[in-house]
Design a protein around this ligand. Sequence first.
Ligand SMILES: Nc1ncnc2c1ncn2[C@@H]1O[C@H](COP(=O)(O)OP(=O)(O)OP(=O)(O)O)[C@@H](O)[C@H]1O
Length: 342
Amino acid sequence: MPEWGMEGSAKGAAGGSTHAGTAAGRGATRSVAMGRGHWALVSSPTEVPAASAAPRPDSPVDPDAAISVRRLVRHYGAFPAVDGLDLDIARGEIFALLGPNGAGKTTTVEICEGFRKRDSGDVRVLGEDPATAGRHWKAQLGIVLQSGAGDSQLTCRELLRAQASYYPDPRDPDEVLELVGLTEKAGVRGRALSGGQRRRLDVALGIVGRPTLLFLDEPTTGFDPEARRQFWSLIRSLRDLGTTMLLTTHYLDEAEALADRVGVIARGRLVEVAVPSALGGRGSAPAVVSWTECGARRTEATQTPTALVSELAGRFGGEVPDLAVARPTLEDVYLRMIGDPA
Ligand SMILES: Nc1ncnc2c1ncn2[C@@H]1O[C@H](COP(=O)(O)OP(=O)(O)OP(=O)(O)O)[C@@H](O)[C@H]1O
């Protein structure tokens, strides 16, 4: 399998390739069977926590979690890029890590991948410390980098076959091509693919080794809307197969569509972890009802929008002009969270 170079940032890994792993060590409850062009789930994915705050820093790392991090610190010079971060990601979960540029996402993820050293803190990924874990552990990871497979002279099928050859229990390259919708492009060189097709190839390279845990770094940047939807559907298929995924993204709709839980990082710390619908108190925030009355726009924040709408319907004797009922969007609460706390 491709070698891990500690402190060689995955973002800039030589060859810009995608690292993948096998499911050699995957848990019994995760095992899957794959027929010709069909993926069959033979066990249900692990239940994920409904919603939670970040784990307490004084609690021990959870060796059964896919990823468990406590009090993680990493400085660049005197600058604390990661400043006491605590995180648990359950097996079978899709977890989206959100945060503004420079918040510390990549540093955290690369420490979990074993690419980057930490100054202090405890980290367990699939039960092992990434700083010391060996080839067997690495073979269980799939990593889809931002840089991607790029300008390869090899065809998609050749690239996948080469990647698969590193692993003892790889998926069939042609079936992976079908899964990512690149069957038609099997004989096409990497360099001749469109941007969106290259990202699909990156994902194909990331999953051909049958990873237990897949890291996806801003996977749909540059996708057109249809390609994004197709990609989301692929990610859901992988979840149904029991693959745990840690996704970093700047697209809040992507986090909302895919993630079981989202974590927001700001200034090197995890600010909050929750299911997307509950982040930042979204679920219990008042609804804003708006309508047009006497030629003017009216708005009212209320915890009982149904009662207000019913009262308005009575007042208007039927349809309420331009009626809208809105709750804070994920973007609203996210922007509030990452704002300056001062
Ligand atoms: N190798 C490095 N040397 C010095 N500083 C670094 C290095 N890598 C990252 N940093 C700094 O650490 C901070 C966190 O960077 P990181 O790449 O982890 O953020 P990020 O959340 O992934 O950002 P983005 O969304 O822009 O990818 C930033 O201020 C960045 O400038």
